[in-house]
Design a protein around this ligand. Structure first.
Ligand code: G
Ligand code: G
Ligand code: MN
Ligand code: NA
Length: 253
């Protein structure tokens, strides 16, 4: 059985598990959401990172059931948090192929209904390159998702090549500043200038900004001064299973 066949079996056998990483406002350090990150709990190989199987799945139709699985599991967890009074928006990463699939919107609507979670609680993270693969079709699908109330973010912003002309026409709510810009923001003045420009661009377009990969306090403070809204990264919390996050939530408050 090749990796793809194994992955197909893993989806049916519920071997994929989600870890969640919190995001918090830079000003008040208030937790405002989590990002779901998939891992494969392989019976022999242990916990397999998404980099080892997502790119493979993305080249095949298997990405549709895989993404459905992740959205399903993320909304199930979101619903559980809601019953305990935790208002957490849950973000899921989606692939270029999902944005070319007309049925994707129906999948999302069906899963929101099944878990009785308002669309507002779901955020979808899309990379610039996924959008640029077919900007017109991507825009059509993103528009339908935005119309039903799903929150949309551009992931890894600043690493790729989203044309600013396209950005203006996309119904997105948030830009996630790429880790490569955040990592050296306190070291290279040019990175700080770029982050400041992205923040200003986002403001002018009515979008919020999230900095990813924040690993130290100095970076956190600088990002706050640069006007970034939200931060995510190891300084705050590593991605972890929902059960382990409960203790972190209790400490965070
Ligand atoms: O969690 P980690 O840092 O190893 O994630 C590595 C990459 O895998 C990231 O780029 C992340 O966006 C991607 N990824 C994680 N989970 C998912 C998922 O459920 N679907 C897709 N398409 N990508 C994911
Ligand atoms: O491409 P995307 O932004 O979805 O990828 C998220 C990835 O970044 C996850 O694999 C996650 O484990 C990783 N990540 C999250 N926080 C940090 C961090 O502070 N430092 C580093 N190096 N990676 C991080
Ligand atoms: Mn992401
Ligand atoms: Na990212």
């Amino acid at each position: 059985l090749g990796l793809l066949g194994e992955l197909r079996r893993a989806i049916d056998g519920r071997e994929l598990v989600l870890h969640f990483q919190p995001k918090a406002t830079l000003s008040g350090e208030e937790v405002c959401g989590v990002e779901a990150l998939v891992r494969w709990q392989h019976p022999e190989r242990g916990l397999v990172a998404p980099a080892e199987f997502i790119p493979l799945a993305e080249r095949t139709p298997l990405i549709r059931p895989l993404t459905r699985y992740v959205v399903d599991a993320a909304l199930a967890q979101c619903a559980r948090w809601r019953t305990t009074g935790r208002t957490l928006r849950v973000a899921v990463n989606i692939s270029a192929r999902n944005l070319l699939d007309e049925r994707f919107v129906d999948d999302v609507l069906e899963l929101l209904a099944r878990h009785d979670v308002p669309a507002w609680f779901l955020e979808l993270e899309v990379t610039e390159s996924a959008i640029m693969a077919d900007p017109a079709r991507a825009r059509a699908i993103l528009t339908r998702l935005a119309e039903v109330g799903v929150t949309l973010s551009i992931d890894d912003f600043g690493a790729g090549y989203t044309s600013l002309a396209h950005l203006k026409d996309l119904p997105v709510h948030q830009l996630k500043v790429d880790r490569s810009l955040v990592t050296d923001v306190t070291v290279h003045r040019s990175n700080a200038l770029i982050v400041r420009s992205v923040v200003e661009l986002a403001r002018n377009l009515g979008l919020t900004t999230v900095a990813e990969g924040v690993e130290d306090r100095e970076t956190w403070d600088l990002l706050a001064r640069l006007g970034c809204d939200v931060a995510q990264g190891h300084l705050l919390c590593r991605p972890m299973p929902a059960e382990l996050l409960e203790a972190w939530f209790d400490r965070a408050r």
